[in-house]
Design a protein around this ligand. Structure first.
Ligand code: NAP
Ligand code: G4F
Length: 348
């Protein structure tokens, strides 16, 4: 039987890593779009190469979501059955500093991709997945959020993603594209970028375990998110594209925790029991046993407009294709702290 061919944009990112690994294990031929960078040694790509030694097939192409000609060339070269558009300027706070660039990649980039598929006549044979996000709900009207909850974006990142979401729906309705939006709530893991709050915390917990006494500086400790594991989420992404028609699905765990609770779970792995003292900018996370300050607040990490709380309802995805997260929050946090500890031990 012919192997299915997938193109992943954003293959060098966290989800790109987990999705490529999953598709390779399912026997796909995987093509990945990557940007040219001055430094070639992506750890995530190196880890993928290890999977390849076990018999998978992976081809990388240089390209950029802001350069439509490069997308056309990669589509011509790869002729994919399935496209997973994961590429994005994905950091919410950075989007306030680079709003135009974020819009160019996260919104206009999706138009470049959809038009390239249409103009090359690939719409009949190619299914598309777009990485939509729970950030689109912003100050959500109701909880938990589902596919029918209105979007009230609170950042340039979220506003651009709302556009991308709607343009996917439009190509589905106007041209009959098999186009799906996965509205994913936060998902993490050892491959998470180091500036997202989860990984920032697990890196700090690992460093302290190995003797580092620096205080971890965080922003809004009360923000709460529905945190799952990226390895579970990429399974849902692939399942969406196996459905008879394109559609929109929430992927979430249905449980929300605060940044404080994330920190408590991470430091617990290293034997530190956190207690919270003070309020507002003076709040501190301290080691209950020794009294040492572990966490403090730095207002530079506050956002001009914040999304305070998100929690998702993934019952549509469960009903349609049986998707459910398998890895618990505690298991995920432990895996991240242990992985960061092992990496630090290897590369001090
Ligand atoms: P990530 O680790 O930041 O990865 C983003 C990827 O996009 C990287 O491979 C990056 O390449 C690539 N990229 C950025 N700008 C590009 C451009 N102009 N052209 C081509 N590629 C570009 O993000 P992630 O956590 O894997 O998330 C994957 C997608 O899901 C993103 O679209 C994100 O917005 C969305 N999402 C993520 C979550 C989550 O919790 N992780 C939740 C909902 C939605 P470089 O390596 O060269 O930077
Ligand atoms: O880890 P974060 O930066 O993730 P955020 O903003 O929720 O966005 C992530 O998840 C979205 C899905 O909902 C994706 F679409 C997006 O691409 C990205 O993957 O921040 C989580 C929360 C925020 O409320 C933030 O204000 O943690 C709060 N926070 C507190 N201190 C911090 C920090 N965030 C970061 N990055 N750094 C801090 O020091």
């Amino acid at each position: 039987m012919r192997r299915r061919v997938a193109l992943i944009t954003g293959i060098t990112g966290q989800d790109g890593f987990y999705l490529a690994r999953h598709l390779l294990s399912e026997g796909y031929q995987v093509h990945g779009l990557r940007r040219r960078t001055s430094f070639n040694g992506s750890d995530r790509l190196q880890n993928l190469s290890d999977t390849l030694n076990e018999g998978g097939s992976l081809t990388l192409h240089h390209g950029d979501m802001t350069d439509q000609a490069s997308l056309i060339r990669v589509l011509q070269e790869s002729k994919p059955d399935e496209i997973y558009n994961l590429a994005a300027q994905s950091h919410v706070q950075v989007s306030f500093e680079k709003p135009a660039y974020t819009t160019a990649v996260n919104a206009l980039g999706v138009v470049h991709l959809l038009e390239a598929v249409r103009l090359l006549g690939l719409a009949e044979q190619t299914r598309l997945y777009q990485a939509s996000t729970s950030e689109m709900y912003g100050v959500a009207e109701s909880s938990p959020q589902s596919e029918t909850t209105p979007f009230r974006p609170r950042s340039p990142y979220a506003a651009a993603k709302v556009f991308a979401h709607h343009i996917m729906v439009n190509y589905r309705e106007a041209y009959g594209f098999h186009a799906s939006n996965g509205i994913c709530f936060n998902h993490e893991g050892p491959e998470r970028g180091e500036t997202f709050v989860s990984r920032k915390i697990t890196l700090a917990a690992a460093a302290r375990r190995l003797g580092d006494k620096s205080v971890l500086m965080l922003g809004n400790l009360s923000a709460s998110r529905d945190w799952g594991h990226a390895a579970d989420f990429v399974v849902g992404m692939q399942q969406m594209l196996q459905q008879p028609h394109g559609d929109d699905y929430v992927l979430a765990t249905g449980v929300a925790r605060s940044v404080r609770q994330f920190a408590e779970a991470a430091f617990r792995v290293t034997g530190i029991d956190l207690a919270w003292e003070g309020e507002g900018l003076d709040e501190r996370g301290v080691d209950r046993k020794s009294g040492a300050v572990i966490i403090a607040v730095d207002p530079r990490h506050f956002r001009p407009s914040e999304v305070q709380a998100l929690i998702g309802d993934a019952s549509k995805a469960k009903e349609a294709f049986g998707w459910e997260p398998r890895i618990s929050f505690e298991e995920m946090v432990r895996e991240m702290v242990e992985s960061d500890t092992a990496r630090m031990r290897k590369e001090p």
